[in-house]
Write a protein that binds this ligand. Structure first.
Ligand code: NAP
Length: 304
């Protein structure tokens, strides 16, 4: 019987694992990917985590993980298929048949990239459609690419791609970007990046590979077909909360409702990281959530 099963090995889950070890709690982290560190691995550069200026997301994630491992954290690889309440405790069922008995669960499964929802997106995934510029930018040396979205991720992706590609288009549905001003300034200074304002993608086209992106200007209704080799989709995030949807613990967008202490309305289930209802989804707030959740778990176990 574990004290805690931590679902997710991103910054929140790894921080919870570190704090659990420090409190001598019997904890295990269930991770979907072997040696995973969550979406942080897709950030090319993290400039807002105090003390580690200019670190790549991948390296920072590795540091979190190594730290947890050095303290003796236990990991299990697999996808959680069900969290069941059993005799006042929980059974966390993993694909492949393994089942972990635990007194509490910290849900730190984070978010995943939102789909654009246009024709060709699914069909060309891996053949010109990507959700991860850090993973795929190098395949587009001297090519033409397009990034959709106007947030931090889209601009970070466009900045990275501009170092490889001869031309990068940023397609944004409004006439104002949501991303941090520093990213906007950096992007607008680049000669090989062009922003297409008030524009939405309507279809990704090609034979075996992406060859063009069909676009529509939402103000003028004008349409055009842009010849491109790659389409990078960065239109936001959605919570990974499939498992919780029947439990009446999520808000209308699927985020797990909890305050800073991570307590949900189901006793014994705690939230940490991007999955939690909150204003600022950053690495620094995710690691804080992991620590706070362990404090709440301890208080819960002491009163159980
Ligand atoms: P985001 O901030 O939600 O931005 C999503 C962008 O996609 C917005 O510009 C939005 O347009 C656009 N969009 C959404 N749905 C669309 C659709 N169906 N068609 C076309 N465009 C669509 O998402 P994000 O950039 O992935 O960032 C997520 C969170 O992570 C944010 O809190 C962000 O600050 C954080 N983040 C931080 C860092 C960092 O600090 N280094 C890096 C990456 C991300 P509108 O603007 O019109 O809504």
């Amino acid at each position: 019987m574990y004290d805690i099963v931590i679902i997710g090995s991103g910054p929140a889950g790894l921080s919870a694992a570190i704090y659990a070890q420090r409190e001598n709690l019997k904890a295990v982290v269930v991770e979907k990917e072997f040696m995973g560190t969550g979406q942080i691995a897709e950030s090319e550069r993290v400039d807002n985590y105090p003390g580690l200026y200019g670190e790549t997301g991948f390296d920072l994630g590795e540091k979190f993980r190594t730290h947890a491992e050095k303290l003796g954290a236990e990991f299990v690889e697999g996808e959680v298929t069900e969290v069941e309440r059993v005799n006042g405790n929980f059974s966390v069922n993993i694909d492949g048949g393994e089942s972990l008995e635990t007194k509490t669960v910290i849900y730190a499964a984070g978010t995943q990239r939102r789909k654009l929802g246009v024709k060709g997106e699914k069909e060309f995934l891996g053949n010109g459609v990507s959700y991860c510029a850090v993973c795929d930018a190098a395949f587009y040396k001297d090519k033409i690419t397009v990034v959709t979205g106007g947030g931090d991720t889209a601009l970070g992706d466009a900045l990275l791609l501009s170092r490889f590609c001869k031309k990068v288009y940023l397609v944004h549905r409004r006439d104002e970007l949501r991303a941090a001003k520093s990213l906007q300034e950096a992007l607008q200074a680049l000669p090989n990046v062009e922003i297409l304002w008030d524009t939405v993608a309507t279809e990704i086209k090609g034979e075996d590979q992406v060859e063009a992106l069909a676009l529509k200007n939402v103000k003028t209704e004008e349409t055009q077909e842009l010849p491109v080799d790659g389409v990078f989709i960065a239109v936001g995030i959605v919570p990974v909360s499939r498992l919780l949807l029947g439990m009446d613990v999520c808000d209308e967008k699927g985020y797990l409702i909890a305050g800073e202490d991570g307590m949900t309305k189901k006793p014994g289930i705690f939230a940490a990281g991007d999955i939690r209802t909150k204003k600022l989804r950053q690495i620094v707030t995710a690691v804080a959530d992991g620590a706070n959740a362990i404090t709440s778990v301890e208080a819960f176990l002491n009163h159980k």
